[in-house]
Design a protein around this ligand. Structure first.
Ligand code: F0G
Length: 461
């Protein structure tokens, strides 16, 4: 018997709920002013729908909570570490595991071992902590993403791809001595949660091998990347997510993982490597900065929950409901003509502030102004990915104006329903209808030397 193809539905039901509250306009205006117009300074009870990040904000499953109870808290050689190590090796193929407290801990450890002053680290729009960890070591993050990634209206199925010619030019110019590795971010967060194709991963790997340069993945959203490969690259249509993931990682030498995304846990990270010599170099810094080799900043129970999470995140039904919910919101906004980056990425919607509020001068942080307005009107918290996040040039100290001025609405995993998505769409519809009234933005009254978007303080112009 042939049944029709029914629509997807979440492969889980809800066992526990957490109350959230809709505040009044007056309350929100007071709170955001007190927060110096920095959304990171809001208290979570002041937010109705929190789309600040999909990092560490997901819901764990009953199986993960069960593993929390089974956690082995031995300082060295705990069972939970063994479980995580076996799971990571089974899913990625990498045998050497270094747990860390989160993704940036992994960056700190691996880069301490491999990056020196004057080095060049090519990649596809490095994430901000990755870039900051490179620049802190007086090295340079070289962006080699394909040009199409910068045009938010242009459809390209794999906007996270690296331009292999740009990469090879860098290899020719700087050579192996100055390039300790390439870092490929899957999916590419800064490009809008955009995937990298298997074909591109293969090409990048081939040119890395030709020049003898290792390839590491920034794998925070590797499972979502595999979902896009299955949906968009014909040869992978009938492969399982786990088969695709294994093939992706087979092209590289290791990975840095922020487990707070596709690990489906609230805290954690790791480095996984193919090569023992690099592992030995890195564990010295792990012990120094994170913790002993078999826990690196994570409790045993958290390593156990992560092991279960990695398996759940690499199941098709979960990924389908996850990514399609993000697309549900994206498509609703497109129907309403709200300018969003296209195609819709895996974990977030990116509002294009250059098209949304061109009336606000760039020097007045138009994407931040839009993010504040979304909070003021709807109690919805997103995050600016624009001039404030781009920081100042480390040498000239001038503001860096990135090509894109975006507001990211990141959807936590297994947390909100499509009714919440409808609410967000209606609020944005209203703001879009009043956009012509927006003429001025914000000025900075305080900022730290790097990673300013977390603590910057602003005032209204
Ligand atoms: N790499 C990518 C691609 C990321 O998106 C993040 C974090 C990190 C590395 C750092 O990991 O937070 O565990 O230290 N992204 C979060 C976000 C913060 O909101 O996109 P971390």
């Amino acid at each position: 018997m042939h049944l029709p193809e029914f629509p997807y539905a979440e492969p889980y039901k809800i066992k526990t709920v957490e109350k959230i509250r809709r505040s009044t306009l007056e309350e929100r205006e007071k709170w955001i002013k007190e927060a110096k117009y920095n959304l990171f300074k809001l208290k979570s009870h002041q937010v109705f729908i929190d789309l600040l990040t999909d990092s560490g904000t997901g819901a764990m499953s009953d199986e993960q909570w069960a593993e929390i109870m089974r956690g082995d808290e031995a300082y060295a050689g705990s069972r939970s570490y063994e479980l995580l190590k076996e799971t990571v090796e089974r899913i990625t193929g990498y045998p050497f595991l270094i747990p860390t407290h989160q993704g940036r801990g992994a960056e700190n450890v691996l880069f301490s071992a491999l990056v020196k002053e004057g080095d060049i680290i090519p990649g596809n729009m490095h994430f901000d902590t990755t870039k900051a960890h490179i620049e802190l070591r007086k090295a340079t993050a070289l962006d080699c993403t394909i040009d199409e990634a910068y045009d938010t209206e242009h459809y390209h199925p794999f906007k996270g791809n690296i331009d292999v010619n740009k990469l090879e030019d860098a290899f020719k110019k700087y050579g192996k001595k100055k390039i300790p590795f390439v870092i490929l971010t899957v999916t590419c967060n800064t490009a809008g949660g955009q995937p990298v194709s298997m074909q591109n991963i293969g090409e990048v790997s081939a040119v890395c091998k030709k020049y003898g340069i290792p390839l590491y993945f920034d794998a925070a959203r590797f499972a979502e990347n595999a979902y896009f490969i299955k949906k968009r690259e014909r040869a992978y249509k009938d492969k399982t997510i786990k088969e695709i993931v294994k093939e992706m990682f087979a092209y590289g030498d290791g990975m840095l993982m922020s487990a707070k995304k596709d690990g489906l846990v609230n805290m954690g990270g790791f480095i996984a490597l193919r090569d023992e010599a690099t592992y030995r170099k890195a564990i010295v810094y792990n012990i120094l900065y994170e913790g002993f080799v078999t826990y690196g900043g994570m409790s045993g129970r958290d390593m156990g929950a992560l092991a279960v999470g990695l398996d759940e995140a690499t199941e098709f039904d979960y990924l389908e409901s996850r990514v399609e919910q993000v697309h549900y919101l994206g498509l609703r906004l497109m129907e309403l003509d709200v300018p969003v980056q296209q195609p819709i990425g895996g974990h977030a919607i990116y509002l294009d502030a250059n098209r949304f509020v061109p009336t606000i001068p760039r020097e007045q942080f138009r994407a931040q102004a839009l993010a504040v307005e979304l909070y003021r009107v709807g109690g919805i918290r997103g995050v600016e990915i624009g001039t404030i996040m781009a920081d100042r040039d480390p040498v000239t100290r001038e503001n860096r104006y990135p090509k894109l001025e975006l507001v990211r609405l990141a959807i936590p995993r297994r947390v909100y329903t499509n009714n919440h998505m409808n609410f967000v769409a209606e609020v944005l519809k209203y703001i879009y209808s009043t956009r012509h009234e927006a003429k001025t933005g914000y000025r900075i009254v305080y900022e730290p030397p790097i990673l300013r978007h977390f603590t910057v303080e602003l005032e209204k112009i």
